[in-house]
Design a protein. Structure first.
Length: 741
């Protein structure tokens, strides 16, 4: 940390002019009016905001834009870099920016903003890897990541003005996230700088040790480098090879890592110095290699040819380590200019070529294929399209979400909280009773987005998964786990459900059940289906191991083999199916008529404890995987559980839809003095009112009192009130209550 803190406030105008000049150098046809407009716009928006050291805030965004220019990014990126903090820190919106600078720039700025908002926590390597992938996926357009890296680089360069706390967290994030991303994108120069800057704050003592040791050796190293450089230069000149030679001390962090991870002293580290020879063509690379090995003694096992076998991040060079005249080993890297640009700026070098006079170079498609390889994507996506719109679409089939602890979980795109729960552990999935995304309870169908924080609510007494979950789950592994649960835990239920499905399918096929259970037929059918009993068939259908259609088809085949079934015409079959569909649909619609706040399409059922009907004040309870159950607000269960710390949070607002048209089932309880003919009288009243009674059960309580429970269908409370009013006039009736009261 430099303490020579002679604060000089930076002059934005001057910085901007320098920026414009650099942009013009790279691309003379750039729209400078647009560039200046972006500068003034950002300047106005950040007016009054200061950097910690006292300069105007705009100096940061100009500096970030300058880095983007050095990377060779295109005009849109530079404009976006100037505006990159506007959505986050000023009143400007995506729409404002889009209107003035186009949708591309607005999207880039918004992308950077999203990345800025991601919270990091330090984790083990695998977690970090997912985090990096998530950032790449969120960025969508690779330029977003590059602008973010430029932003981070400038922030790291000015980190000395920040608090200790911020220095540490930002440096850790840089070391764990941004330097590796820069590395993967092949941006060596930026990666080195990010690492060195981070090290200053992460291990100030270690950093100082390395720099002190280097400084001590500096006079020797410098003389040495000069003489080596000259020697090589002379040799190349003699042989008429046009080459540029430069020597450098390796970056601090790479020396630091060797010293601490391999437990070495600085004088035990070989290549402190590295020379780079840049030539015009590949043939010269190998020529130079020959001369170097002729002049100095090569160290065995230190020769690497990344020209014939490039690194996955597109890096190409020949590396060799030799021993110089003073016995000091040094590394030589030999490459062409083309390879050099790629090594310095990686993927960003793409724009350098692109803005050059001949447009996109042949072979760029090939060059960019590595990004996808590198980031382990699907092998079958289309490389050309990827290059064409420079989108990071390699993660389009994946989504990355957080656990509340900050772990990143990788799921298939379209995944739901159910996939998430089973992705963590099947025990979590099986005991799931609800889910929160970003702190709010959501339906299980909710599709997760990159960066969502997902929390699974579990309970020991959870009833286990519901069959609907298999339809909701996106990942095969979650579905398999749910199936396994049903197979294991729910044989009885599977048999019941499977039997029902089998029977209805059988009816469709026009086969009577008796034909299946027929003594002569049954053994053949079981053999055909490869099971021991019909229950096995039902269980398998029940847990989803076999479809009812498939089972019935096999049964049909088997029966047709032995006897001729009356064949139905296709039209008849279609009509039958249509009828059944219709019946199923009406059944589904009848559960509607209730609006659930925040949920569009969830399963609604009416509680059995208080059987609400339209007109009642109602409230919904998010059940364990079976949708929302609707209760009356005066229901005992609601009143006792609404403040419960565990379940209280699961009550949500529901309301009757504007015009509920169907009937609702409700239950009433009639208390009366015991007398003969009581039930008869009740039935007569109900009949005279045309009430749709589903059941009526009466019981003698103690010879003095009796009670009747009536289940009936009504449209609303008004209708129910009339019925209750008339029943009260029946002789002997003392009280009428609704169930749940
Ligand atoms: Mn920034």
């Amino acid at each position: 940390m430099q303490e020579d803190d002679k604060r000089e406030y930076l002059d934005p105008e001057q910085m901007y002019e320098k920026l414009e000049k650099s942009v013009l150098e790279q691309n003379p046809s750039v729209d400078t009016a647009r560039l200046r407009a972006a500068y003034s716009c950002a300047k106005g928006a950040h007016e009054g905001q200061k950097r910690r050291e006292g300069s105007d805030y705009i100096t940061h965004t100009i500096a970030a834009a300058q880095i983007c220019v050095e990377m060779g990014l295109d005009e849109d990126s530079v404009v976006a870099a100037l505006l990159h903090d506007c959505i986050e820190d000023t009143k400007l919106t995506h729409a404002d920016i889009s209107k003035r600078f186009g949708i591309t720039v607005a999207d880039l700025v918004e992308g950077v903003t999203k990345l800025t908002r991601v919270q990091y926590t330090s984790k083990e390597d695998e977690q970090m890897e997912n985090m990096r992938k998530m950032l790449m996926a969120m960025a969508k357009d690779i330029r977003v990541i590059l602008i973010k890296i430029a932003d981070r680089l400038h922030n790291m360069r000015t980190m000395q003005y920040q608090t200790k706390e911020k220095q540490r967290t930002k440096s850790l994030e840089t070391m764990e996230i941004y330097a590796p991303i820069a590395h993967r994108l092949g941006m060596q120069k930026i990666k080195w700088e990010l690492e060195d800057l981070s090290l200053i704050y992460l291990d100030p003592i270690g950093y100082k040790e390395v720099t002190d040791a280097l400084e001590e050796r500096m006079p020797v190293l410098e003389t040495f480098m000069q003489s080596m450089e000259q020697k090589i230069k002379l040799r190349l000149d003699d042989w008429g090879i046009n080459g540029t030679i430069s020597g450098r001390i390796k970056h601090i962090y790479s020396i630091y890592r060797k010293m601490y991870s391999q437990n070495k002293q600085i004088n035990e580290i070989f290549d402190l110095c590295a020379f780079r020879v840049i030539v015009d063509n590949i043939a010269d690379c190998y020529n130079v290699l020959g001369h170097i090995h002729d002049m100095f003694k090569p160290l065995p096992g230190r020769f690497k040819d990344y020209i014939s076998t490039p690194k996955p991040n597109m890096y190409q060079s020949i590396h060799t380590t030799v021993i110089g005249s003073e016995g000091i080993p040094f590394e030589v890297q030999i490459r062409t200019w083309d390879m050099h640009h790629t090594a310095e700026y990686g993927i960003a070098a793409h724009w350098k070529y692109k803005s050059g006079e001949q447009g996109v170079k042949q072979g760029d498609e090939e060059k960019f294929a590595w990004v996808r390889r590198l980031l382990e994507t699907q092998a079958d996506s289309d490389a050309e399209n990827f290059i064409h719109d420079l989108k990071i679409d390699m993660f389009s089939d994946e989504v990355f979400v957080f656990t509340p602890q900050g772990d990143v979980i990788n799921l298939p795109a379209g995944a739901t909280p159910i996939d998430f729960a089973y992705g963590i552990h099947s025990a979590i999935g099986n005991s799931m009773i609800g889910a929160k995304v970003n702190g709010r309870i959501v339906p299980f169908e909710r599709v997760l987005q990159n960066g969502d924080i997902v929390e699974v609510l579990t309970s020991k007494s959870a009833p286990g998964p519901s069959r609907d979950w298999m339809k909701i789950a996106k990942s095969g592994s979650a579905r398999t786990k749910i199936k396994q649960w049903f197979k294991k835990e729910k044989r009885e239920e599977n048999i019941l459900n499977g039997k029902a499905a089998f029977e209805s399918e059988l009816r469709l096929a026009g086969i009577p059940m008796s034909a299946v259970t027929d003594e002569e037929m049954l053994p053949n059918i079981l053999k055909k289906l490869a099971v021991f009993s019909l229950d096995d068939v039902f269980a398998s259908i029940g847990y989803g191991g076999m479809t009812a259609t498939r089972a019935v088809n096999k049964v049909k085949d088997e029966i047709q083999k032995t006897q001729k079934l009356p064949q139905k015409t296709t039209l008849e079959k279609m009509n039958e199916r249509a009828e059944i569909r219709k019946a199923q649909q009406t059944e589904k619609i009848s559960v509607h008529g209730v609006l659930v706040e925040g949920l569009d399409n969830c399963l609604v059922k009416f509680s059995r404890c208080c059987t609400p009907v339209p007109g009642d004040d109602i409230v919904g309870f998010i059940t364990r995987g079976y949708g929302v159950s609707v209760h009356r607000t005066d229901c005992k269960n609601y009143l006792t559980s609404k403040d419960d710390p565990k379940d209280g949070g699961r009550w949500i607002n529901v309301s009757w839809a504007a015009a509920p048209s169907e009937s609702y089932v409700t239950t009433i309880k009639i208390m009366a003095r015991e007398r003969s003919g009581f039930v008869m009288d009740i039935a007569t009243v109900l009949n005279s009112l045309g009430a749709k009674v589903l059941s009526l059960a009466a019981r003698d309580l103690d010879g003095v009192k009796s009670t009747a429970t009536v289940s009936l269908e009504v449209k609303n409370t008004a209708e129910l009130d009339i019925i209750i009013g008339r029943l009260k006039t029946v002789a002997g009736v003392t009280e009428i209550t609704r169930a749940g009261d």
